[in-house]
Write a protein that binds this ligand. Sequence first.
Ligand SMILES: Nc1ccc2ncsc2c1
Length: 242
Amino acid sequence: MRIDIVSIFPEYLAALDLSLVGKARVAGLLDLRVHDLRDWTTDRHRTVDDTPFGGGAGMVMRPDVWGQAIDELTSTGPAHLVVPTPSGTTFTQRTAEALATEDQLVFACGRYEGIDARVAEHYRAAGHRVSEVSIGDYVLNGGEVASLVMVEAVARLLPGVIGNPESLVEESHGAAGLLEYPVYTKPPVWSGLEVPDVLLSGHHAKIRRWRRDRALEKTAARRPDLIEALEVSTLDKHDRAF
Ligand SMILES: Nc1ccc2ncsc2c1
């Protein structure tokens, strides 16, 4: 997969040189390129914004500069344009799973009051998939942090990036559709608190059952909406009695 991220603060994306995503890039599992939007400006001040039509506070990012950038970056084949925005649809694990199937993603990081609406409109009309996506209901200064979140969520789903793909199933919001069970490691007693006996029993069936019960319990308590969304077919008779 190729991922392009365009921003006026490309250094904000330096975290993608590190850890899991950084290793995937070095291993050739992910072709990730970060770009400075100002590289597509033509004036001496490298201007990327202007005042909003209709008035109002702040500045809007110009469609012509974005158009030059996105045209160049999508010139080699079908690309999915992802526009992080607080007014977008909510990003979930399902979104990450869908994006992870694409050949190329182009993240357009907006700043100021956002990107001229004609950019998304133009690329939809040109036949590109365009997703305007929010990572949540709070205030950020731009799309860079959201792009970091989404790129990490997508990259870890790519083949070979996570050492043990089985772990993707039991993570919160993973394939099991539940929040993850509590985890423990050495020492067996810490701060007067003991590890649940079942985890020391070596009885793998009981351990699996205990973990499933704790995941159901935590999900029911914190995210009843996820319980509602569970496919009944994925529940066994013990779950139903739970
Ligand atoms: N303020 C804000 C909130 C959510 C969000 N998601 C993607 S960009 C963005 C910006």
